[in-house]
Design a protein around this ligand. Sequence first.
Ligand code: CTP
Length: 499
Amino acid sequence: MRNLTDQDLAHLLDTPIFHQIGKTADEMGVECYVVGGYVRDLFLERPSQDIDCVVVASQSVREQAGEERPGIQLANTLGKRLGRGAHVSVFRNFGTAQVKYHGSEIEFVGARRESYSHDSRKPIIEDGTLEDDLDRRDFTINALAVCLNEHRYGQLVDRFDGLYDMEDGIIATPLDPDITFSDDPLRMMRCIRFATQLNFRIEDETQAALSRNAERIKIISRERIIDELNKILLSPIPSIGFIELSRSGLLPLIFPELAALEGVEVRNGRAHKDNFYHTLEVLDNVATMGGDLWLRWAALLHDIGKPKSKRWEPVAGWTFHNHNYLGQRMVSSIFRRMKLPMDERMAYVEKLVLLHMRPIAIADEIVTDSAVRRLLFEAGEDISDLMTLCEADITSKNQTRKQQFLDNFQLVRQKLDDLQARDNYRTWKNPITGEEIMQIFGIPPCQEIGQLKQAVKDAIWDSLIPNEYQAARDYMFAQAQKMGLTPVQDPSTLENSKQ
Ligand code: CTP
């Protein structure tokens, strides 16, 4: 965070648009402040395009304006001043208006005071002062305002020591956190999201209120929850958010499958690893390796099938056989419930969950051409992401074993590059078709055709024969002979007719 004086703020806001807003407010006889995230991000040096402004109108100005809300009135007047480049949208139901101007989006709203009656969740909204408006915001770091009126241009209003909290890296609510969270339970997700994005600590009272109010998250729509969850996932260290979600009791409510990964069971002195913390380690690794949102989702879900596949076997101990298959099958129900896109992005996550153990299995053995080719074929264009996920999954605490894996992994990567350069297995097609086999041997569709095609595929992938038509055909004939099949015509004539 950087320290900014009012003079610095005036300098940073020294752009024509902010001055125009200030002049318009002066003419209307109202106060106007830029507030919330935009001000916070000036201090945190995070560039932002979305600007929120609060307009404070005195009783007499409000009476003169009649029905017109102060935010809407200012936006309309500003729109006229700015001329052709400006586009004003009015949301009369909310008493707000938006001005789009040269890539900036500026939202105007009148200062508000909210009070909640016991019988209804619907707030009663009245016009209020700037102080009323800042009181009802979510966090101290979001309750900052900078004046745009010309005689106070750049003056900061910080009622709740938001700057100190920003300096100390603390997320805290301006008012009693039980009130702030119960007014809008989405703020619990926002609290954890900001803590994760900024790597801030959640203040103790605020933390305790998260646990007390967790159940209230149920009234928030899935779309708004997933929006916050995706922001947590896209943070530099996403595990911070998931640990907080678990600590506050929100995780089982919004994501029971992930919460089920938590915990260690011990039997006969043998324990399995805590799959929740392991998953978070993999997720952080993928984030460090630059993974996008969907690769991060794949990391989060890679072991999601483990609780359902967990078994105790007297000799082997804890096993999780087929957890990748079970996990892959769980992806669609999770995506559907969470209102995530059920398109090719989901198919990508499913594929990675299914295949996440394959590269490591290859690296654990002798790295053969055929094994790498099969992997290349199944992963297709997602091979590089699969390799990233698998490498991120190596979280062994045994350094020698970890190094051994990483070295072998290098070998798999090297082989992948070599093979990709040599032949393109991603779009591999068997040079011999079933149609051709039926013609040559005069047979109807039958299982021998599949067996012959499979034999050719295996021979090519195991590098027994080159990936070429003639070699594949010769090999097919040899195999067919062993199976007792004879061609209806002389093979050499057939060969000529093909060419
Ligand atoms: N706000 C709030 N309670 C909410 C949402 C928003 O009090 N549930 C207030 C905060 O003061 C916030 C401002 O409205 O700073 C603007 O909200 P929004 O644009 O959603 O968030 P930002 O804080 O700007 O941050 P981000 O863009 O990262 O979501």
